[in-house]
Design a protein around this ligand. Structure first.
Ligand code: DAH
Length: 359
């Protein structure tokens, strides 16, 4: 009995002294494990006489229960201590300022921004996006768009001609209009697309660069008419310039691929170089448009007696300059970090008609 009392005392003190779960486990194995001291005692019960077992049985089992409980309690306690240490060491101070990331310091170029804005607006009206190559055949850039061979309109485009290896004349496309042809050749009407992209002309000054951006629009179905076109363009202008109303005027014009053709001016005010839209009594030209010429429809294998439609083309760079007040187009492509930091947009402010295009 004294042995049992001292065994209990020494086990309890070892349990008490265990500093971590591993040393506690050692105590458990040494007492309750297969060859542990208490397990040995339990085994001995089998060899005792019934009388002796009656006396010692409860004592040894009592010791086993006591040690089991003490081990479990200590285990919980050690676990808690460890958890507290971890909580302390892995503590996150949520009041600290967020670390600067690329998403914070990077900027979206105004052209990308304006393109995303235009896409969001026309997407809402059910338009898809179509694209075509920058190097285009003379046939698609001019001929199929109803520019006759040798027509002065070709000269007006200040075309960059490409060297040819297969006899086909190629150019850097002077407008996004050839993608109208590509679309009509490949998609069965009804068609509703916008066509953003890079375009090239031999021209450079404050408002012209040899590479610039346009966005074309094309609608072809059985009944599309100029009234629809005016509505679409008016809705676009209101949404793009973020004003509740805007007066628009269509001036007769000429493009080989549309008949009738028009240029669209929108109402604006000009005060000391600053232009505001949706107010004032001045006008600003923003795009060209018209009803797709029957010859163009025929050139794409469409029957002008069955389908008709309208198209327009606008300069993305010019729209960006007007909306965000940038005076010189050449700065857009100079790669000056100060410019992009000043005029650029935050990457996560993705243009969206619900939250706002440019907020
Ligand atoms: N392609 C013309 C240009 O670059 C713009 C244009 C005018 C496109 C009228 C059109 C249109 O689709 O209908 O000047």
């Amino acid at each position: 009995m004294t042995d049992l009392t001292s065994l209990e005392a020494s086990l309890l003190s070892e349990i008490g002294a265990a500093a971590d779960e591993a040393s506690l486990e050692n105590v458990r194995v040494a007492s309750l494990g297969k060859k542990g001291s208490i397990s040995d005692l339990l085994k001995m019960l089998g060899t005792m006489s019934p009388d002796e077992r009656k006396v010692k049985g409860p004592v040894i089992n009592g010791l086993k229960d006591k040690i089991t409980t003490a081990l479990a309690e200590k285990k919980t306690q050690l676990h808690q201590v460890k958890l507290n240490e971890r909580l302390q060491s892995e503590r996150a101070d949520i009041t600290l300022p967020v670390l600067q990331s690329g998403l914070e310091s990077g900027r979206i170029h105004p052209i990308t921004q304006v393109l995303d804005e235009i896409t969001a607006i026309f997407h809402d009206m059910g338009f898809a996006v179509a694209e075509g190559p920058d190097i285009e055949t003379d046939e698609l850039n001019f001929t199929l768009l109803n520019f006759p061979e040798g027509h002065p309109a070709r000269e007006m485009h200040d075309t960059f001609f490409m060297p040819s290896s297969d006899g086909k004349k190629r150019v850097l496309r002077t407008h996004t209009s050839p993608v109208q042809i590509r679309t009509m050749q490949n998609v069965k009407p009804p068609i509703r697309v916008i066509i953003p992209g890079r375009t090239y002309r031999h021209d450079s000054d404050q408002t012209h660069t040899p590479m610039f951006h346009q966005c074309e629009g094309l609608v072809i179905d059985e009944h599309a008419h100029m009234g629809h076109m005016k509505w679409v363009l008016e809705e676009f202008c209101k949404a793009f310039f973020e004003v509740p109303s805007v007066k628009m005027r269509l001036r007769p014009s000429h493009f080989p691929f549309t008949e009738p053709s028009a240029e669209v001016d929108i109402q604006c005010s000009r005060k000391g170089g600053e232009v505001r839209f949706g107010e004032g009594d001045d006008w600003m030209e923003i795009l060209g448009c018209g009803m797709v010429h029957p010859n163009v429809l025929k050139n794409c294998g469409l029957d002008p007696d069955k389908v008709q439609g309208f198209a327009w083309g606008m300069g993305i760079d010019r729209l960006a300059m007007l909306k965000y007040g940038m005076p010189d187009l050449r700065d857009f492509f100079s790669g000056d970090m100060r410019w992009i930091e000043h005029y650029g947009f935050r990457p996560l402010d993705i243009p969206n008609l619900i939250r706002g295009l440019s907020s």
